[in-house]
Design a protein. Sequence first.
Length: 88
Amino acid sequence: ALRHFAAGDAHLPPDALTPALATHPEAVLAAFGERLRHGPGAAQALRTLADATTPVLARRVAAVVRDAVTRTPDTAAAVAEYVDRRLD
């Protein structure tokens, strides 16, 4: 499932992986990172991360988001929306 999600499979939405963030954060965040770099739907993936991020995962998620915008600058608008959502 993580491989399909990372590749941008439209049948596997980002919120399908949020339960696994608690049990397998590294693998799930790696899949989100790949999707943000290569797959479609960066805005949806970032909204899901913003809503699902716990204080324990905040630094790891921030690193994934930072890496995504560094490697793929066209995600900047989606990242700005992510930051706004996290600040609410």
